[in-house]
Ligand binder design. Sequence first.
Ligand code: HEC
Ligand code: HEC
Length: 195
Amino acid sequence: MMGAAVLAASCLVAVPACRAAGNIEAGREKAQLCANCHGAAGISAIAGVPTLAGNLDAFLQWQMVFYRSERRKNPVMGAIANLLSDEDVRNLGAYYASLPPDTRPLPPDPKPDLATRGSEVAQEHRCANCHTDEFTGKQGAARLARQREEYVVKSLTDYRSGQRPSTGVAAMTEAASGLHDDDIAALAHYLAMLP
Ligand code: HEC
Ligand code: HEC
């Protein structure tokens, strides 16, 4: 139900790949191309590679389409996205969204003060307005809870510099524009430590 609602919402703003919901089994098959980097269960163990498991169908589809059109520039993902048809994009979005997010117990936080600071910065900048209070994401606004720390630093830095354009209304370009490097480090740590 939730997936259908999200997809319907994204159809309003015309995701090119957006028609019917994808086929999870076909997505699982295609994801053999992705597992070396993104992990067999969609949970990345590699620095710089995001975890995909449990992220939102609409968000994931957008990113594949952005890489394919080179609106979001990355040599590795650009080459891979070029191999994907619209149907593959739908199926892969459905598949990765269906996988359970990372819930393995975390070791004790080595930097609890940094996490507290990150939580304050998130409140000051109202990040939860779009990403939800638990940071599990909503519609095109990514799931952030438990995302890899160094990857979130890169994402926020890329939005801030304009290297990574945001969807439609430039939500993230605006949200990241006022962030200092220290804020970004604190936010990334806070989000990576969320359950
Ligand atoms: C060789 C390693 C590699 C392979 C194989 C690979 N990816 Fe990626 N993927 C990456 C890296 C690195 C990034 C982050 C790039 C950046 O910073 O923009 C990424 C980013 C993504 C993102 C953006 C996620 C987000 O949170 O913004 C999606 C979606 C994605 N990949 C899907 C896939 C799919 C689907 C496949 C298989 C068809 C795949 N990738 C195969 C390395 C890989
Ligand atoms: C007005 C709504 C809005 C606000 C406020 C907002 N975001 Fe976002 N965020 C989005 C959307 C939409 C996306 C997906 C953009 C895209 O397609 O690249 C996103 C994507 C992201 C990503 C990329 C995740 C990934 O896996 O690639 C990060 C990190 C992020 N947001 C962090 C934040 C932080 C930290 C704040 C507060 C400083 C914030 N956001 C505030 C809407 C918002």
